[in-house]
Design a protein around this ligand. Structure first.
Ligand code: HEC
Ligand code: HEC
Ligand SMILES: [Ca+2]
Ligand SMILES: [Ca+2]
Ligand SMILES: [Ca+2]
Length: 476
């Protein structure tokens, strides 16, 4: 007779080997469970915490829109209020909700430009064109602009180094509320140039040519430097604000003492609150010192919404300090998405190549934050892949327009955290200051100047090494 082991007769009579097997199974299950609970922060995965304790584990199209998980209850509440300020779309006064748009503007709200807190596109309503006059004095621009409504809401900043264009100022507002003409009309044409990788594969790079037209269609002037910029991702910005100034400045190597061809300089920009120049951190040329000022400048220049930092000439303002601080708090307290593919051999190889190609000379993997008024941002080890310094990236990317101490060829190293999610969050969004690069490969191939050697190293890589490097960038 064959007895089933489930037979009641056998209960309580399990042989020793069976007890041992069950024990082993339990032990293995326990270890597996512990490993699961420990991941993704376990020992084999050294750097998933891109934003320190503000890191979240999301790789979806909403990955840039989460509150930092380590906010205390009162900051979490302020984050939620800030979210509403960031989402608000302004309208012409008088109105019951969000009045004060314009008279001239580029967009109607923060979220309309920074799509899902990520980038925007180089199209009207999302882009910002900064301008300056090449020959300050007698200029054809002033004649042409004489027919335009003289309006330049941009505040004068001592040391700005960008000479105002008559009738436009230093930022071109392409839209006006009813009865107000835009400052100019922008025409963009694209040119393509082709190149070849060392392995024979060809590629094509596109760049925009920008022409400003008067409203009647006549060209505006030829002696205007134009810098077209797409909206940048805004998550993690609070952490970058919390990196001690001394740590940023200490990485500068203006005379390239270590001879690696990479220098790097801090920008020093006008701080409206402190009424003196301080370290520039935000914007493609690090032309803004703090997130309060970045938000205030966005309100007044991009939306025509006057505020406590930039009131009307007569002292009136469209929004109060609470609203301004709500927007500031929001961009300070957004979570940073964690890195992925930590155990993927190809991504690991790509990370080593990123380092051997000396990308890390500018895209510094690890920084540490210091003090900040928001406790969740203080003393965090973060992996933003930026040094917050200006670098000369060569004539290919130059806009010819100075911005405080940044020259027409210098740009701030942009952070690369979350760069792999860029097109998950916004399909078709581009890389680099004007979104010209359609892929990460194109972004790298545009590097020149101080990054010429790094670019050449990439261009000369074996096909599978290039793929590994790109896979690493996608994992960020
Ligand atoms: C018309 C589109 C537009 C609007 C509206 C707009 N932004 Fe921006 N934002 C930009 C562009 C373009 C840049 C890059 C500016 C530069 O490089 O000079 C930028 C840069 C930023 C940055 C810097 C990010 C970094 O990594 O350096 C922050 C923060 C920011 N914006 C927050 C805001 C907030 C808050 C609002 C609303 C109050 C806002 N923006 C409204 C287009 C916009
Ligand atoms: C000398 C400093 C420097 C070095 C070296 C360097 N970069 Fe950059 N990188 C920059 C700057 C500055 C920009 C922004 C340029 C612009 O927007 O016009 C940039 C932009 C990028 C972007 C686009 C980011 C975005 O937000 O659109 C990627 C991707 C990138 N770099 C990857 C790399 C890789 C990979 C390497 C190594 C092969 C490298 N970089 C080497 C300074 C550097
Ligand atoms: Ca207004
Ligand atoms: Ca203007
Ligand atoms: Ca150097």
């Amino acid at each position: 007779m064959i007895h089933s082991i489930l037979s009641p007769r056998y209960r309580g009579h399990k042989p020793a080997y069976r007890r041992l097997t069950l024990g082993l199974i339990a032990l293995i299950a326990g270890i597996a469970l512990a490993a699961l609970l420990r991941s993704p922060a376990s020992a084999q995965t050294p750097r998933p915490q891109a934003g320190g304790d503000t890191t979240i584990y999301s790789r979806t199209s909403r990955a840039f829109e989460q509150p930092a998980p380590n906010l205390d209850a009162s900051w979490a509440e302020r984050h939620a209020a800030g979210d509403l300020a960031f989402e608000a779309a302004f309208v012409t006064a008088p109105a019951r909700v969000n009045p004060g748009l314009g008279p001239l503007f580029n967009g109607t709200g923060c979220a309309g430009c920074h799509i899902k807190n990520g980038r925007g596109l180089l199209e009207k309503g999302q882009r910002v064109l900064r301008v300056s006059q090449l020959q300050p004095s007698h200029s054809t621009a002033s004649d042409a602009a004489a027919t335009l409504e003289p309006y330049a809401p941009e505040a004068e900043s001592p040391g700005g180094n960008a000479v105002s264009v008559p009738g436009i100022g230093t930022q071109l507002q392409e839209q006006g509320v009813y009865g107000h003409a835009p400052e100019a009309v922008v025409q963009i044409t694209w040119t393509e140039q082709s190149g070849t990788y060392e392995d024979g594969t060809t590629y094509s790079l596109r760049s925009p040519q920008i022409q400003l037209l008067r409203l009647d269609g006549a060209p505006l002037a030829e002696d205007i430097a134009i810098s077209s910029r797409i909206p940048q991702p805004v998550f993690g910005a609070g952490l970058l604000e919390a990196v001690p100034e001394a740590d940023v400045v200490q990485r500068a190597d203006p005379s390239d003492r270590d001879g690696d061809g990479v220098s790097g300089r801090p920008n020093r920009v006008w701080n409206v609150v402190e009424q003196r120049p301080t370290l520039g951190r935000f914007g493609w040329k690090a032309n803004t010192p703090t997130l309060l000022q970045q938000s205030a400048a966005a309100y007044v220049n991009d939306m025509g919404v006057t505020n406590p930092l930039f009131p009307d000439a007569d002292g009136q303002m469209d929004i109060d300090m609470d609203t301004l601080e709500a927007a500031e708090t929001y961009v300070q307290t957004i979570a940073v998405p964690a890195r992925t593919l930590m155990d993927d051999p190809q991504a690991q190889r790509g990370e080593r190549l990123f380092s051997t190609a000396n990308c890390t000379a500018c895209h510094v993997a690890e920084l540490r934050t210091g003090a900040h008024k928001i406790p969740a941002l203080a003393n965090q080890t973060i992996h933003p892949y930026t040094d917050l310094l200006l670098h000369d990236l060569g004539p290919g990317l130059a806009d010819g327009r100075p911005d405080f101490e940044a020259t027409g060829q210098e740009w701030r190293t942009p952070p690369l955290w979350g760069v792999g999610l860029t097109q998950t969050v916004l399909p078709f969004s581009g890389f680099l200051h004007d979104g010209r690069a359609r892929t990460l490969e194109e972004a790298i191939l545009w590097h020149g100047g101080e990054a010429e050697l790094a670019k050449e190293t990439f261009r000369a890589m074996a096909t599978d090494d290039r793929a590994a490097l790109i896979r690493f960038l996608r994992s960020l």
